[in-house]
Design a protein around this ligand. Structure first.
Ligand code: CUA
Length: 181
């Protein structure tokens, strides 16, 4: 019984690297650096809505802010879901949107061309804030309040789609933003 073991004839680790392999490593490495550079550059030149501002909060504190904001600026109940208030904050003001399973509250109404400071947080667990059809995309976490500056440049009705799987009602979780001319 037994087995034989044959060591490699040479110490392959000290052999020179094949030239084509060096070429591919160089191409792949350069491409990585190029793409990494764009990640940083896009922050400034991409004109994207970045959440550069974020605060620690708690679901209780944040829920109170949303409640106060809603009480202050509600103008009507939503036509398609009368349980949802439509809130029309003045331009330049702070807007508080809360994700919870399985809703974005409240519905807001903006004016085209005006700027708003939109606060986003979750009251329970991880949800998504995907503004369609504009393809603006954030995650909403409990305990963190993110602030995104938005200036709608189109009027109409926009949907906030939750794109983080959040349980049985995930596919029904839709919020709404109206933009008035
Ligand atoms: Cu909330 Cu998916």
């Amino acid at each position: 019984m037994g087995y034989s073991f044959t060591a490699p004839a040479k110490n392959w680790a000290t052999e020179p690297i094949e030239r084509t392999e060096i070429l591919w490593i160089t191409i792949a490495g350069s491409w990585c650096l190029f793409m990494f550079g764009w990640m940083i550059a896009w922050h400034w030149i991409g004109n994207q809505n970045m959440a550069n501002e974020a605060y620690r909060t708690t679901p209780e504190v944040y829920a109170k802010k949303v409640e106060d904001f809603t009480a202050k600026y509600t103008v009507r109940q939503d036509k398609s879901d009368p349980s949802l208030p439509v809130v029309a904050p003045p331009p330049g003001s702070d807007v508080y949107l809360a994700a919870s399973r399985w809703q974005w509250r409240p519905v807001v109404e903006f004016q085209k061309g005006k700027t708003y400071r939109v606060h986003i947080s979750s009251l329970d667990w991880d949800h998504g804030f995907s503004l369609q059809p504009e393809n603006i995309n954030f995650q909403a976490y409990p305990g963190y309040e993110q602030v995104v500056t938005m200036t709608p440049n189109k009027s109409g009705q926009f949907s906030i789609v939750c794109n983080e799987y959040c349980g049985i009602g995930h596919h029904t979780m839709l919020g709404r933003i109206y933009v008035k001319e």
